[in-house]
Design a binder for this molecule. Structure first.
Ligand SMILES: CC(C)(COP(=O)(O)OP(=O)(O)OC[C@H]1O[C@@H](n2cnc3c(N)ncnc32)[C@H](O)[C@@H]1OP(=O)(O)O)[C@@H](O)C(=O)NCCC(=O)NCCS
Length: 141
């Protein structure tokens, strides 16, 4: 398994990973999209600097058949090593324990930098649509 930046040739596979989670594939040119490859695409995440020093992480997914093998952790580590700045993400309560391993802590919505909040609102992720599981904003560094 190795981690690289995504290219436009990965968009269909990104859709395959993210579609079942109700998310659209990112444009590989919109931020830095990292992918884990093991013969095929088995994981992804995106880093996007929405303001100087404020970096959003989104589009995080690991192939359901390959979860629990360390792929998500390696993607996070590669992304965190690649870019400085304060990191922000918005995740459902079930996944928060994963991010806590990387020292992410909860942050209140009104404490977020405005461009970070604007990112999640524009993406249609915040506020979480009715019926979706509880979500939290988390930050690190
Ligand atoms: C969350 C997700 C990305 C984790 O990827 P993964 O490849 O299964 O995670 P890893 O195997 O690298 O796990 C790394 C560590 O986090 C822990 N971990 C993984 N998922 C966890 C969870 N949901 N809660 C708590 N800890 C978790 C693992 O036990 C492991 O701990 P260890 O280092 O002590 O052994 C993956 O489960 C996934 O794609 N879930 C569905 C999509 C999703 O929730 N995306 C996030 C949107 S907010």
């Amino acid at each position: 398994m190795f981690i690289t930046k995504a290219t436009r040739h990965d968009v269909a596979d990104l859709e395959g990973l993210l579609g079942p989670l109700g998310q659209q594939a990112p444009n590989p040119r919109d931020g830095a999209v990292y992918v884990a490859r093991a013969g095929k695409l088995v994981g992804c995440l995106r880093l996007k600097e929405v303001a100087p020093g404020a970096v959003v992480i989104d589009k995080m997914a690991v192939d359901p058949q390959r979860r629990g093998e360390g792929i998500g952790g390696q993607l996070m580590q590669a992304a965190m090593n690649a870019k400085g700045g304060t990191l922000y993400l918005y995740c459902h309560a079930d996944a928060a324990g994963f991010y806590e391993k990387f020292d992410f802590k909860p942050v209140a919505p009104d404490a977020l930098p405005e461009p970070v909040m604007e990112h999640f609102v524009a993406a249609g992720e915040y506020p979480a649509p009715e019926g979706h599981p509880e979500h939290h904003f988390l930050t690190a560094r």
